[in-house]
Design a protein around this ligand. Structure first.
Ligand code: DSN
Length: 431
């Protein structure tokens, strides 16, 4: 037992020495990033801390292997180990989400979405998705994306009054434009995605509904958000956000679409899958299948609600008036501070966020009115409602200091945020 531990420590040390010896500059920068992630209060809603086990799986000899094709049907030999790894990942995804079919090979969420277009559309076809400034994603048909250039996108948004999806608009647009695909989900959606209502509209117009659950996959897995599986024949997700896996993506679908989806991913868009990522996805899915993950998912939402409540008490305007999930979109207009200036000052204060457009934003995307924050990372570190109150107070002070140009106040928040961070370990990072 003791010798196993010594061997493990020796292996780890030799791996570190090896990177250090080969490329001390990169080794130092990685170490610096590790320290930065440890010392900051990370509030970007699409980020998280992957477990040590997930990180270990990504840094393995699996990166040396080519395995174009699928388990049992490869174009390269030597798949004795890769096949069971990919099969495990696929089976765990199917079990966790209750899906008929899973493809774990897409390199990223954008590529996963492109595979969906390839499987179901021809260039020039009409597709529908949420507009990027309303909370959608680039690949849901935004004009600068290939999906906006090579297809004919029609875009829905949110109601000016409620900040939530306007289903009258969705229905009207779908009936008028008859899209082949309807994407639901997005990157700045603080409310429950009503998959059932999107499915009704899709069925009325004969469109395929695609649920992009990249942001909320972990919440769905843990039962803290309704599942798209009964309603959406195709589901796209990344694996590194609330799901806490490695950088990667998955597609899930009903059996009738399995062949088209697989063909679109490989050979349609990609060559060899990233087997080290596949293994790490399998590990993350195993972690997400454990009962404690459901507790984690619910705590993310509890924390977001607590943080939202505290911010509103302090006079912050939240798009849609709050949150149902992991994400909060703050409209800073009433605070008299633009989103970018606030995000940059908060970063200096050790509170990592990102500036974001808010629906109907009068400002430009590179300097918008909003701030997007979320609770996956702080929840992973074990923080709870008390810490959310402290974080809201620090955000409030930093935003006031930004308006007043008070650098020393930002510095004081920096000290306090570092102290808060140091009280909670960060998985995957040695203290
Ligand atoms: N970039 C991701 C996010 O931050 O939400 C979406 O692709």
């Amino acid at each position: 037992m003791l010798s196993d531990t010594i061997d493990a420590v020796a292996t780890e040390l030799s791996a570190q020495t090896s990177l250090q010896a080969t490329d001390p500059e990169i080794a130092r920068l990685i170490e610096e990033e590790e320290r930065r992630q440890h010392d900051a209060i990370r509030l970007i809603p699409s980020e998280n801390y992957a477990s040590r086990a997930v990180i270990e799986a990504t840094g393995t000899v699996l990166t040396n292997k080519y395995s174009e094709g699928y388990p049992g049907r490869r174009y390269y030999e030597g798949q004795q180990v890769i096949d069971p790894i990919e099969t495990l990942a696929v089976e765990r995804a199917r079990t966790l989400f209750g899906a008929d079919h899973a493809n774990v090979q897409p390199y990223s969420g954008s590529v996963a979405n492109l595979a969906v277009y390839l499987a179901f559309t021809e260039p020039g076809d009409t597709v529908m998705g949420m507009a990027l400034p309303m909370g959608g994603h680039l690949t849901h048909g935004w004009p600068v994306s290939i999906t906006g250039k090579w297809l004919r996108p029609v875009q829905y948004g949110v109601s000016r009054e409620t900040g939530t999806v306007d289903f009258d608009e969705v229905r009207q647009l779908a009936h008028a434009e008859r899209p082949k695909l309807i994407f639901c989900g997005g990157t700045a959606v603080p409310r429950t995605i009503e998959f059932d209502r999107f499915a009704e509209v899709a069925e009325e117009v004969g469109a395929v509904l695609v649920a992009d659950i990249a942001h909320i996959a972990g919440l769905v897995a843990g039962g803290a958000h309704p599942s798209p599986v009964p309603h959406a024949p195709v589901i796209s997700t990344t694996t590194h956000k609330t799901l806490r896996g490695p950088r990667g993506a998955m597609l899930m679908c009903r059996e009738e679409h399995a062949a088209a989806i697989d063909k679109a991913v490989f050979p349609g868009l990609q060559g060899g899958p990233h087997d080290h990522t596949t293994a790490a996805i399998a590990v993350a899915l195993e972690e997400a299948l454990r009962p404690e993950f459901a507790d984690y998912a619910h705590r993310i939402v509890d924390n977001a609600k607590a943080l939202a409540g505290q911010l509103m008490t302090r006079g912050f305007d939240l798009v849609s008036g709050g949150t149902d999930n992991h994400l909060i979109l703050i409209d800073l207009t009433s605070k008299g501070v633009p989103g970018k200036a606030a995000a940059q000052a908060l970063d200096r204060a050790g509170l990592e966020t990102n500036y974001n457009t808010v629906p109907f934003d009068p400002r430009k995307p590179f300097d918008p009115s909003g701030l997007r924050i979320g609770t996956p990372s702080v929840t992973t570190r074990g923080m709870g409602p008390d810490e959310m109150a402290t974080i809201a107070e620090m955000i409030d002070r930093a935003v006031d200091a930004t308006r007043a140009g008070d650098q020393s106040a930002i510095e004081r928040v920096r000290e306090e945020s570092r102290e808060l961070a140091s009280a909670f370990s960060a998985p995957g990072i040695d203290a």
